[in-house]
Design a protein around this ligand. Structure first.
Ligand code: ATP
Ligand code: MG
Length: 319
């Protein structure tokens, strides 16, 4: 029996500068890591930790190298309860690596060695694995890392929809104009957007996809174009949930916490949101739950936290 919630795409380890404002070119300065990462992997790990009380199973499709970095990712996903049987080992490439450097002004700089991370191929997307599918999540980064990864995402949506017409397709367009030109972003996102039920953009991503300025305006336009739910992520300010009938959206304020490392907050948020949504909670509660998961993530150093469902609920209840 296949899992209920599936995600696919790049698996990475992240190696981070220990101190801010330390350029990658500074010889001899230290890094911390490896940390298990990759936006789709952060998502599925979040879903898995948050869904412990809901009897939902999760699985991941992707590729790592035959090395210890790959094992770091396997170990984390497996110990949190993700089905890793569809993670393939490629013997001729290393596991993908992202070297990450933060600056005091909030900017960050990556050096990226894709290795096996972009090797997910349409052949990895097997119909039987989707036989029990309730939700499929796509990350924009998996559309840009390679053509075969992109085609895998397109194939996964088609299969999921054919096996369950009510499947929830969620999409986080985590593609930034500095990574790819806007025209290409729109072009590669279009086949995904056409099937998307829930969109998780940042303000900039919503404006880019809608082609209008102003984040609320952009989200409303995306709804008019056929999306069922648009969940606008707003960093420390929380989120606003746009759905038909609620013209101004439901504003859900963020939690006040000290930010230690924002990497992965958006992906963690997406995962928690999908769990609350599948649990059938009202949208305000789903937004609060996802905000609490995001807030706990930014207090944690490293992209993929260990936070439990109970810790997220505790933060929500203590507000
Ligand atoms: P990224 O793609 O860099 O992970 P994002 O734009 O997808 O980021 P953010 O809005 O930065 O997502 O963060 C996701 C969610 O995490 C927010 O909507 C909020 O709920 C929570 N969050 C992020 N930063 C903070 C913070 N400093 N304090 C409290 N909550 C935060
Ligand atoms: Mg994001």
């Amino acid at each position: 029996m296949g899992p209920n919630i599936i995600c696919l795409g790049e698996l990475l380890v992240e190696v981070m500068r220990s101190e801010k404002d330390t350029p990658h070119g500074m010889v001899g300065a230290s890094y911390k890591g490896p940390f298990p990462s990759g936006a789709p992997a952060i998502f599925i790990d979040s879903v898995t930790r948050m869904s412990k009380s809901f009897d939902l199973s999760t699985g991941f499709i992707g590729v790592v190298g035959n090395d210890e970095f790959g094992k770091v990712i396997f170990n984390k996903l497996k110990s949190d309860g993700v089905d890793i049987s569809k993670i393939r080992i490629n013997n001729s490439r290393t596991t993908g690596i992202a070297f990450n450097q933060y600056n005091s002004d909030g900017t960050r700089k990556f050096i990226f060695a894709a290795g096996a991370a972009g090797q997910t191929s349409p052949d990895d997307i097997e119909k039987e694995y989707f036989s029990n599918i309730k939700a499929l999540h796509i990350m924009g980064s998996s559309l840009s890392i390679s053509e075969s990864s992109r085609e895998s995402c397109y194939k996964a949506i088609k299969i999921a929809q054919s096996l369950n017409p009510k499947v929830i397709i969620s999409f986080d367009p985590n593609l930034r104009p500095e990574m790819l030109d806007i025209k290409t972003i729109i072009e590669i996102s279009k086949p995904i957007l056409e099937g998307t039920t829930i969109l998780f953009p940042s303000g900039e991503e919503a404006e880019m996809l809608a082609g209008v300025k102003g984040e609320s305006k952009a989200c409303k336009k995306l709804l008019e174009e056929g999306l069922k739910l648009v969940v606008l992520k707003q960093g420390k300010d929380g989120c606003t949930i746009f759905t038909s009938g609620l013209v101004d959206g439901i504003k859900v304020p963020g939690f006040k916490v000290e930010e230690i490392d924002p990497t992965g907050a958006g992906d963690t948020f997406d995962g928690a949101f999908i769990v609350g949504y599948l649990a059938g909670w009202d949208l305000k509660r789903v937004g609060m739950f996802a905000n609490a998961a995001g807030a706990l993530k930014v207090q944690f150093f490293g992209p993929m936290p260990d936070t439990s469902y109970e810790e997220v609920i505790e933060l929500m209840n203590n507000k």
